[in-house]
Design a protein around this ligand. Structure first.
Ligand code: C5P
Length: 201
């Protein structure tokens, strides 16, 4: 039996944490689809052409340690506007979603484009200020030399690019359940997500 949970939302809304927690709770496999776009972005920063880079992607690309940088994130959101790049990544995501035993996919267009028939759709969001603060604490915690203003500007820039693009823009599916994590702890956000999913299992 396959059971697909689609989790979408903007950067640093808590999507990744909720997705990992939900996958662990239900024993489902998890795919962070942002990694696919980051891996393409990283190849493009290294000089490759975006569509060829997307078509050439392999498992090894997804396991690299350097996909989390702000530079790669910006490159990812730039390649993500190219329809042929998105098209090259569809089959991998759909195959993952249909695997036996259940799957959690998180990204921007999972509930709207990749898995419109997902059994559960969550749209995880939070205010730009809260998201920028979380990202700031995460990056400075790792020793990065960044300012709050810089991070807020990057969050807004990436939001604008993700919501305004014409192919698969970031938006909640009509049947998605909204989860605003602005005033929630990680535990509270995860508990809400688990209860929404349990109602549909
Ligand atoms: O989620 P993450 O921050 O790793 O995603 C990096 C970028 O990849 C996003 O800003 C977005 O432009 C793109 N992306 C996308 N569709 C997805 C996942 C990520 O366009 N399903």
């Amino acid at each position: 039996m396959s059971f697909t949970i689609a989790i979408d939302g903007p950067a640093a809304a808590g999507k990744g944490t909720v997705s990992k927690g939900v996958a662990a709770h239900f024993g489902f496999a998890h795919l962070d689809t942002g990694l696919l776009y980051r891996a393409v972005g990283r190849r493009v920063l290294a000089g490759e052409e975006p569509v060829a880079a997307a078509r050439a992607l392999s498992q090894a690309d997804l396991e690299r340690q350097d996909l989390r940088s702000a530079e790669v994130a910006q490159a990812a959101s730039k390649v993500a506007v190219i329809p042929e790049v998105r098209a090259a990544l569809v089959d991998f995501q759909r195959d993952f979603a249909r695997r036996e035993g259940g799957a959690v996919l998180d990204g921007r267009d999972i509930g709207t484009v990749i898995c419109p028939d997902a059994e559960v759709k969550l749209f995880v969001t939070a205010s730009p200020e809260v998201r920028a603060e979380r990202r700031y604490l995460e990056l400075t915690g790792k020793g990065a030399d960044v300012t709050r203003d810089q991070i807020l500007a990057e969050v807004r820039e990436r939001d604008a690019r993700d919501t305004e693009r014409s192919t698969a823009p970031l938006k909640p599916a009509e049947d998605a359940v909204l989860l605003d994590t602005s005033d929630l702890s990680i535990e509270e956000a995860l508990a809400k997500a688990v209860s929404v999913i349990e109602e549909r299992l």
